[in-house]
Design a binder for this molecule. Structure first.
Ligand SMILES: [Zn+2]
Length: 371
């Protein structure tokens, strides 16, 4: 029986980027409420573990001194640093009071999950507030202030572990890829909507790593309107053979659900069923697994998708009707989608052909995919 944990507490939804920003703290609160309404934590096989604030030294495992100072100072409302030098400003990455603490809580939560897994206490730990995969060592990007994934992978490398990172957010996991671009001790695999159509405009097949890291960054860019069937086919062709070949000590995943057909930011058309199937495939490949959240901007979708994902991690199944306490607050509904995306056959065909082309090109470049 898998021993699983969720690392989450209300500290993680106390502050946010502001009213009109898509990364709403309420997402996390709803996911927490849904998991507890399903009585997901029995204390034995499935635990809810409180996070902690990351220390400055932990942030420095990846981030620069200057950036950590700048975030702390800007977070206090001081004017010592110029926000735009660190990519803060109106839009995606606003400066807000308390942003240092909230970002450091997210890193602390991810490190808590990491320690549970590498210490052998849990087979899998899920930090829902994590997956801030765009942040760079010295600047913010794409709603991300500190990159919890990059920090925890550095932490594991320092313990001598080999790490595979799989990112299924609709956006390319550029910050994590860049952080480990020149090492062969971290394999990064990102499956995302092509950078030709969406932020951050990277994640092409030609990005494969550099120096000894060549071949240890893999990108699977998909066309808009890619659906469950095409996504799963492409994923199965690429991710399982790579993970089997690399034989990591620990698998880290970024489980963004902005691939969903109702998501306002992406253009893929996955359902919760397709998403759950991807998570099932990952579970089969990841005996030691640190799972992080990520994007997912439709508040009626993300709590359901991450509850389903955690059910798979913890070998639990929940009734499809949302629990009455949750339904009373947020409206009745079901855990799984019962609606399907409406996409024209010709559009689906374009997405299918695109995926076929990408997979065959990856097979030409990566020998392990041909076996
Ligand atoms: Zn995203």
């Amino acid at each position: 029986m898998t021993k699983a944990a969720v690392v989450l507490s209300e500290e993680l939804w106390q502050t946010g980027h502001g009213e009109s920003h898509p990364l709403k703290p309420e997402r996390l609160q709803r996911a927490y409420e849904l998991l507890t309404a399903y009585q997901a934590f029995d204390g034995q096989q499935s635990q809810l573990v409180p996070p902690r604030l990351a220390t400055r030294d932990e942030l420095l495992l990846f981030h620069t001194d200057e950036y950590v100072d700048a975030v702390q100072s800007l977070s206090r409302g001081e004017r010592t640093y110029t926000p735009s030098q660190y990519n803060f400003g109106p839009g995606d990455n606003p400066v807000f009071e308390g942003m240092y603490e909230i970002a450091a809580w997210k890193v602390g939560a991810a490190l808590q999950a990491t320690k549970l897994v590498i210490g052998g206490e849990r087979d899998v730990a899920f930090s829902l507030a994590g997956g801030m995969h765009h942040a760079a060592a010295g600047h913010a990007s794409g709603f991300c202030i500190f990159n919890d994934a990059a920090v925890l992978i550095h932490y594991m490398l320092a313990q001598g572990l080999k790490v595979a990172y799989v990112d299924i957010d609709v956006h390319h996991g550029d910050g994590v890829q860049d952080a480990f671009y020149d090492t062969d001790r971290v394999l990064t695999v990102s499956v995302h909507e092509s950078g030709r159509f969406i932020f951050p405009g990277t994640g092409f097949m030609r990005e494969t790593g550099s120096g000894v890291g060549r071949g240890y960054a893999v990108n699977l860019p998909l066309a808009p309107f890619t659906d469950d069937e095409v996504y799963l086919w492409a994923f199965e062709q690429v991710v399982p053979p790579l993970l089997t070949w690399f034989a990591a000590d620990v698998v880290v995943t970024q489980l963004g659900i902005d691939t969903h057909f109702l998501d306002p930011l992406g253009h893929l058309t996955l359902t919760t069923q397709g998403y759950a199937q991807i998570v099932r495939v990952i579970k089969g490949l990841a005996p030691r697994w640190v799972a992080l959240g990520g994007g997912g901007y439709e508040v009626s979708v993300m709590p359901r998708a991450w509850t389903l994902a955690y059910g798979i991690m913890a070998d639990r199944e929940w009734p499809d009707d949302l629990p009455s306490s949750y339904a009373k607050k947020y409206g009745a509904g079901t855990l799984h989608d019962h609606n399907q995306p409406q996409v024209e056959a010709s559009t689906r065909d374009i997405a299918r052909r695109h995926a076929g082309k990408v997979v065959s090109e990856l097979r030409e470049r990566i020998p392990v995919l041909r076996q």
